[in-house]
Design a binder for this molecule. Structure first.
Ligand code: AQP
Length: 335
């Protein structure tokens, strides 16, 4: 990692729970790449978080490796950013336990993601799902990051992280940097293509609801052609036109056009033409990422080299914060 002392630090992790979606890309991953020159970036694959939902071991192992390759393919550069796998940095679990004891049951009970996921997996409402936000607080606070780039759905968890940090600092003495979320004006709430009032999610049971970054061009085009819109057949942004607003946001981020230019481009044209154009813009954006991904995934030695170098580097930063915390809490130092 370059020595870039004056840059502010950002941290963000993402779960390897399936192939990343266009929502993950626009709300988080694309921004991770863009922020690499301006900030000192710490990125991670949150595989510990992923087991809050049941994973099949062999498939999970593959998903972790392929997710790592896909993030490199998107443009995370290990020469510029620290990019590790969470389970290989034990300080995350250790810090999470401590922070669990500074997090209130009532706070965790109010988390929207816990309510949604426990309703979606009624047969497995495990304690990890409930305490997920204190592990996320550990992921962030260990690195003394000023900012956390995330999609809008993670805002509530960042608020809780701030509360935990402030509580600990007030109980002892200033220890943690209290981080701010970095949420982009565009792309932070990409919606499901089948239910545009709901966020696009990689674990959606309806495969037509999300575009995965590894979907074939035919699948991408089919999903956009089937996207739920409205009966007006006029391309413009307005309240209540959730499906069209979502497609306009995606098209704008793919092409760099603002909404006025998009409305002009599709004046007098129907939704059919618009959906094809959105689909094609996504296919073109994903083509080089998919090509890079195939090459990287075939080079397992390179991937292993990257994550085995980054884990001790992450540990050495994390260990300093953890030691400070353990000392303040009153644990005996190891001699
Ligand atoms: N629809 C979205 N629009 C914009 N940003 C999004 N993110 C997720 N969905 C959207 C952002 O992607 C980052 C990583 O998310 P995650 O995988 O760690 O967890 P998640 O938010 O729970 O994402 P998913 O896709 O919905 O995963 P599953 O289905 O496994 O729960 C975060 O910054 C998130 O805001």
């Amino acid at each position: 990692m370059e020595s870039i002392e004056k840059k502010k630090r950002i941290v963000s992790l993402i779960q390897p729970t399936g192939v990343f979606t266009l929502g993950n890309y626009l709300g988080a991953l694309k921004r991770f790449v863009e922020l690499q020159d301006e900030y000192e970036c710490v990125y991670g694959l949150a595989d510990l978080h992923a087991i809050t939902v049941r994973q099949e071991a062999a498939a999970f192992r593959k998903t972790i490796l392929s997710s790592y390759a896909l993030m490199l393919a998107i443009g995370i550069d290990p020469q510029k950013s620290l990019f590790f796998i969470q389970s290989q940095v034990p300080e995350h679990s250790q810090m999470a336990w401590v922070l669990n004891c500074y997090t209130q049951f009532g706070e965790l009970s109010r988390m929207t993601q816990f309510k949604d996921k426990s309703a979606a997996h009624t047969d497995n409402v495990n304690a990890g799902l409930f305490t997920y936000p204190s592990l996320m607080a550990a992921d962030i606070l260990l690195y003394n990051a000023e900012y956390v780039p995330v999609g809008h759905d993670q805002k509530q968890h960042i608020e809780l992280t701030r509360n935990i940090a402030e509580r600990f600092n007030a109980t002892y003495s200033p220890t943690f940097v209290v981080p701010e979320p970095l949420i982009a004006a565009k792309g932070s709430r990409i919606k499901s293509l089948q239910n545009p009032t709901k966020k696009m999610s990689k674990s959606d049971e309806n495969v037509n609801a999300f575009v995965s970054l590894l979907d074939s061009p035919d699948d991408i085009m089919r999903k956009f052609k089937r996207a739920v819109t409205d009966s007006e057949a006029k391309v413009y942004c307005a309240e209540g036109k959730d499906g069209i607003n979502n497609l306009m946001e995606i098209y704008s981020l793919m092409t760099g056009l603002d909404f006025a230019a998009i409305e002009k481009e599709f004046e007098g044209k129907g939704y059919g033409d618009f959906k094809v154009a959105v689909g094609e813009s996504v296919v073109e954006k994903l083509r080089p990422i998919q090509e890079n991904y195939k090459k990287l995934l075939a080079d397992k030695a390179y991937l292993e080299d990257c994550f085995s170098k980054s884990a001790p580097e992450a540990s050495s930063i994390a260990r300093k914060t953890l030691s400070k915390v353990m000392k303040k809490v009153g644990f005996l130092p190891k001699k």
